[in-house]
Every structure is written in C-alpha cells, then in structure tokens.
Design a protein around this ligand. Structure first.
Ligand code: COA
Length: 701
C-alpha cells in the first residue's frame, strides 16, 4: 500500500507558480491553503516575488532548503517538467499537478505526461493529476485546490475523475450543510489513481464512507483489491459514468453478445463489495445515510405513517425494490392494539391516522422498533393541523437514538409546513426525503451493501486440483502451430475433459473407417460434423448429420459431409469429420467467458440453445476469485433457474454439477489467459449430471 498520509495530512507545502494576482490559479491555491487553517509550513515559489500571501517566497523549490511533503504545481504546462525535476532534487514527496495540457489534449500532451511520470518515478515522488482541481482534507485542515470554497468538515471522502463535478458538488454541499473528510480530484490519473485514494481514505479515521465518480478504472485487479479491503471497513459507493468494455462488445461469441457494456463493471463492483449508484442523487443519498445510520441487518422494513396513501406508495416501493415488509410478533401487535386507538392500523404499514398527535408516533415507533422482525424504519408524515411536526421529528430522533442498530429514514411530505421538522431530522442524522420512494431506495442500497459485505466473507476462490493443465497446453500448442486460433470440436472437447467439464464424447475421424470405429466405441446414435476452421455455418453447407444409428449410416454420412463441404467452401482446410455421441435432450444452458480489457475474464451463465441472444438471460461474474457462493448466486439470478429447480412438476436438474462445471470453466480461463473467448452452448442439464455439447474455444493470435 502507498502511504499517502503525507499527501492529505502534510506538514509542509510549496505552491509553485503562487501568484499575487487575484484571478490566477496560483493566487487561489495559496489563498485557499492559508484560509483553510493549514498549520504546516507554506512556501510560495515564484522567481519574481519576495513575498506572497504573507509568506516568504522562493525563486525555486530547491531554494527552500527544508523538507517539503507536497508541491502544488500551478505553472504552465511547458514549465512542469523542469519544475518536477527541481521538486525531485529538493526531496518533495508528492506533486499535485493542477496544470492542464497533458494526455487530454492528444499525442504531445501524452508524451509530456509520460515524461512527468518518469521524472517523478526517478525521485520516488507520487503525482496527483495532472489536470486536476487539487486535494482537500477538512480535518487536517488542508485545501490545496483552486475551488471557490473549502468543504465543510464531515465524514464522506469524495474522489472524482471530474474537477468540474468537484466544484459543483462542493457548492451544493455547502447549501445542503453536508460535510466531507477528503475531497480529491484525480484528474488524468497519470500516477495515483482511484485505487490509491480508496486505500488512503479507508485508512483515514475521519472517513465513514467513500464516494467515487469514475469514468474508467485504470487497473482492474488493483481496484478490486483496494476496494475489497476498504469495504470491510467503510462502504464504497461508485457512480460510474460512460459505457465501456469495448473489448467485450467486439467479441464474436454468444457470451460476448450477451454481455452488455456494463456487465464487467457490475461484476467487478459486486465482487469487491462496492455499491453502484446510478445517479448523483443516489450517490449522495447513500453517502449521507451511511454516515448517519447503521447498516440494516436484514431486509425487513416497517413503515409508520399518519396517512393511508403515502403508506401504500411506500409499501409498494418496499416490495418492488426487493425489500420486505416486516410482519410483527404477536407481542408487538398486542401492544399496538392496546396503546393506539381502534381507528389505527396496527399492521405494517402502521397508520396512526390523520388525527394523530406526536404521542401516537412515539407509541408506534417505540413499539415497532423493538420487534425482532424490524431491520429498518421509514417514518412518513403528512402535515395536518392537529400535529406538532417539530415534536413528531423529535420523537423520531429519540426512537432512532435509542435503537442504534436499526436504520431510520423519513419522508415528511410537504413544503413550508414540514421544513423545520425536516431540518431537525437532517441535523440529527435522520436522512429525510421530500417523497417516500428515495427513502426506500436508500434503505435498499444500504441493505445491499450489507449483503455485499457479508458475501465477501463467504469463501475463497473455488479451485480444483484434479485438472490436467499439460493436456490443455499441448492442445493449444498444436492449434497455434497449425496457424489457427479456433479449436476444432474434438480439441475443445478434450480441453473440457482435461478440466473435468462434462462434455459429450467427441473424436476426429479422417476416414469413413475411423468414423465407424469411433461411433462403435461411443455407442449409437452419433452426430457427424465437418471439422474445418473455414466453415462457420456447418449445417448450411450440409456439414452436419444427426441421429446416425448404424455403421452404414455413419459411413454414408462421412462421405456426403466431406463432399458437401468441399463443394461449398473451395480451398477450405478440412481436418476430417467430428464424430460426437448424440446425447439425450436436456434443459439447454450456456456457460461462457468473455474477456474484459479492464477486469479480465468474465464468466457467463444463462439460458442456452439457438435462442440465446433472443432470450438474453444471463448473469456474469469475474472469473478471478469466483467463489461457490457467487456461482450459486449467478445461477439463481437467471430465468433458467426456474427450470433447473423443476418447472411444472419436472424433476429438478443437477444444480451442484452445474455449479462445479461453471467453477471449472472459470479455472480454465484463469489458468490459460490466451483463451480470449469461450462458449459452451448448449450445455444439456439433466436430473443427474450435464453434458457440454458444443464447446467453442478461441485463442489469442
Ligand atoms: N517557477 C515558479 N513560478 C513560475 C514558474 C516557475 N518555473 N513559471 C511561471 N511561474 C509563475 C508565473 O510567473 C506566474 O506568476 P505571476 O502571476 O506572479 O506572474 C505563475 O507562475 C503562473 O504562471 P502564468 O504563466 O501566469 O500561468 P497562468 O496562471 O496563466 O496558468 C495554469 C497556469 C497552470 C493555471 C494553466 O497553465 C492551466 O493549466 N490552466 C488550466 C488548469 C485546469 O483547468 N486544471 C484542471 C482543473 S479540473
């Protein structure tokens, strides 16, 4: 891990390009550091000035002659390299390069950026940016940015790939009264990237939640490692903008076509325990809730309301989001019945009804929150003339404080009448929303994070020791020697066999005699298919014959397949005819792999057969680190699972065998990074066992 403490909590900072001219970035940065209350040493660097912002100025950073933790560069791009060299010689630890004009402007900028990284590496310096707003830590306090304001002190670390978003969020947060622990603009990420700042924020005692705005991830495995470690301590929420995974999209396989542009990020975030927000609102709703409320232990939600309509709307939102409405114990019901008027609804949603004063809220909340079937509480309020809204807010806060293991959210619906109550709730750590749906969505996110975090504790990568790597290696070598990158059917079946992935027996026959012998060895009926890397659509050229039940049929099929294929595709490389045992029909599934440029091999499972791309029923996980639990989860996410479990009285399929086959495919893809695509479609699932019928393996050229 990189130690970035001296970056966010430095003892000394030099501002290179510090200026006396208001309106310049070098002016804003030094003024911000000064006014943030930074207690360390401040050294303005400017060859023309003796003094800036009340501090002695130095012509170069080398003239300071004292240790410098951080240098903030506000000089034009052309001056950055010599300045970085000076910093290296002066023993500076970290550079914050605000200057723009690097890789974001094209080839020349990219070269300049590479040289900057080279210089920094030579001296062991780390770089934030270039092309960034800078870095804030409110608890140090340290504001090395050119933002208009300093963030309020708080517990949210915000790490953003967009500087513009940083300043906008900052301004909004001041109005909202929302505080941050760290505020980091990562710019071009030439050196330090999101993973470094996740690690640093997770180690920061003032950070309770880490929020990121990302357009891409620089190093997938490192991101996962950093995020996985961080999420054990604090929630990590990412808003990932922009579609991605060009590699997956370009893939020619069925699996590639199934993987949407977001599948890899979804799989990676899930694997690392990272919560994905889909909007800015959601990102900050969750961040606020995580800093003020506990993570619910389960999915059970209670609603307390003084009006029916909002209660129903909220119940719907709970059910639709996958949360559950709490069902009370008889004791809770008895207590509510005794203490609330007969007009009240004592079942969830608990309705204290329109004529309620705050005391009924108190009774309802104090009673339901104790129920073991309640993990989270949603308090709804519609402003009536008889209700003291401030007092209702107060009893809500009291109930929340008295039950710190249950998450509270509220929606006091209205305008001016509820404003003071809403402010009171927010100020006292109850996340409050103008309408109920986002309140439920926030709870859903919190519950999901709890589930993701628990899943991280569930087991290690599922690994098998009974696989035959050497066999696979020798097949791949032979294929490459042949100048091919697609395996023939029998080769792919041997690869599957080496990893104990149950595949239908398959042999390559070069003569009719051989075909007959293989068919007899396997037992009839068999299927014959042309084995040629140049014939993609075998059926179309008359290159497939199914249901062959005798030696005569096999011999005739062999001859006709060879003839048809030669005629249909001139100069096709024909290796012979594949003889495959014809398997009984089972439920059709697909197991596949597609490679993501950032996160590596992704395993897919779903409904297979010829309708695969129409059904689009697939779940994805990263092959790296895949656990048994993840595999079971991915199976159960698909529609195919309904069939596997035994649809309409049918016998269930062998789900354990299927899960094992998926794990073995994942291991094969991890062990052989040269596999760029893999499709097993269909896999027939049976009540006992399964059979891979068509295994396609494509290697990197
Ligand atoms: N050492 C020390 N000071 C130097 C220097 C050096 N080698 N070279 C120049 N300076 C001084 C200048 O004299 C000037 O000080 P002055 O105001 O006293 O004259 C100061 O550094 C700035 O140089 P200047 O040439 O005036 O540049 P500028 O302020 O117009 O622009 C940047 C500099 C960095 C702001 C500009 O190049 C830039 O990149 N702007 C975009 C920043 C941005 O958008 N970043 C991304 C945000 S998300």
């Amino acid at each position: 891990m990189n130690d970035l403490r001296s970056l966010t909590r430095p003892e000394s900072v030099a501002v290179i390009g510090a200026s006396k001219t208001p309106g310049k970035i070098g002016y804003a940065v030094i003024e911000n550091i000064k006014s943030s209350g930074f207690k360390g040493e401040i050294y303005p660097i400017n060859p023309k000035e003796q003094e800036i912002a009340g501090y002695k100025a130095y012509p170069t950073v080398r003239d300071v002659g004292k240790p410098i933790d951080v240098a903030v560069l506000c000089v034009p791009a052309a001056a950055v390299l010599p300045v970085a060299e000076d910093c290296g010689q002066a023993g500076v630890k970290h550079l914050i390069v605000i200057t723009a004009g690097f890789k974001e402007v094209g080839k020349e900028g990219r070269e300049l950026e590479n040289k900057l990284v080279e210089t920094a590496r030579r001296y062991g310096m780390r770089i934030v940016g270039p092309n960034c707003l800078g870095v804030m830590d409110t608890h140090t306090p340290f504001n090395a940015t050119f933002a208009k304001n300093f963030a309020l002190k708080g517990n949210i670390a915000f790490i953003s790939q967009s500087g513009a978003l940083c300043v906008a969020i900052l301004d909004w947060s001041l109005k909202r009264g929302l505080g941050f622990s760290q505020f980091i603009s990562i710019g071009n990420k030439a050196d330090l990237n999101e993973a470094d700042f996740i690690e640093n924020a997770a180690e920061d005692p003032n950070t309770k939640v880490i929020c990121l705005y990302l357009e891409d991830v620089v190093n997938g495995p490192r991101f996962i490692e950093a995020a996985k470690k961080a999420t054990k301590k604090v929630p990590v929420i990412v808003l990932k903008a922009g579609v991605s995974a060009a590699g997956a999209k370009a893939a020619s396989s069925h699996t590639g076509a199934l993987a949407g542009s977001n599948a890899a990020y979804d799989a990676a975030f899930r694997h690392a325990g990272v919560l994905r927000a889909s909007t800015m609102t959601e990102l900050f709703d969750l961040a606020i809730a995580f800093t003020t409320q506990p993570i619910p232990k389960g999915r059970k939600v209670v609603i307390v309301t003084n009006s029916g309509g909002p209660g129903i709307v909220t119940s719907d939102a709970v059910e639709l989001s996958g949360l559950e409405m709490s069902r009370f114990t008889p004791e809770t019901l008895a207590e509510l019945k005794e203490k609330l008027p007969p007009t009240a609804n004592i079942h969830n949603p608990v309705d204290v009804v329109g004529d309620a004063h705050h005391d009924r809220y108190k009774i309802a909340l104090d009673t339901v929150v104790k129920d073991p079937n309640v993990d989270a509480v949603t308090v709804l309020l519609s402003p009536t003339a008889v209700l003291d809204i401030q007092k209702a807010a107060e009893v809500t806060v009291e109930a929340s404080k008295a039950n710190p293991d249950k998450a509270f959210v509220a929606s006091f619906i209205g305008g001016a009448a509820v404003e003071a109550g809403v402010n009171y709730l927010n100020a006292n750590g109850i996340p409050t929303y103008p309408f109920p749906e986002p309140a439920v969505a926030t709870l859903r996110g919190m519950v999901r994070f709890g589930e993701l975090r628990r899943a991280l504790e569930d087991g290690d990568e599922w690994v098998f020791t009974d696989v035959d790597r050497e066999q696979v290696k020798s097949i791949f070598e032979k294929v490459k020697k042949d100048g091919r990158n697609l395996l023939l059917g029998p080769e792919a079946a041997s690869v599957a066999e080496a990893y104990k992935i149950p595949a239908a027996p398959s042999r390559l026959a070069t003569t009719a005699d051989e075909a007959q012998k293989f068919a007899e060895d396997m037992g009839y009926p068999v299927v014959l298919k042309i084995a040629s890397p140049d014939i993609m659509h075998k059926t179309d050229v008359g290159g497939v014959k199914v249901g062959l039940k005798s030696a005569e049929e096999v011999r005739a099929a062999f001859e006709s397949i060879m003839e048809n294929s030669r005629k249909a595709v001139k100069d096709a490389r024909i290796y012979g005819v594949e003889v495959q045992k014809m398997m009984p029909k089972g439920d059709e599934l697909i197991i596949g792999m597609v490679k993501d440029p950032t996160f590596g091999p992704m395993i897919a499972f779903g409904s297979g057969g010829i309708l695969v791309n129409l059904l689009k029923d697939a779940a994805f996980r990263l092959a790296s680190g895949i656990t048994k639990k993840e595999i079971m989860e991915m199976i159960s996410e698909t529609k195919a699972y309904t069939i596997l479990k035994g649809f309409r009285g049918q016998e269930p399929d062998d789900i354990p065998a299927l899960a094992e086959a998926i794990a073995r495919v994942a291991q094969l893809c991890r062990d052989f990074p040269e596999i760029v695509e893999l499709d097993i479609n269909p896999v027939f699932a049976y009540p006992k066992g399964l059979s891979a019928l068509d295994v396609k393996v494509k290697l990197a050229m």
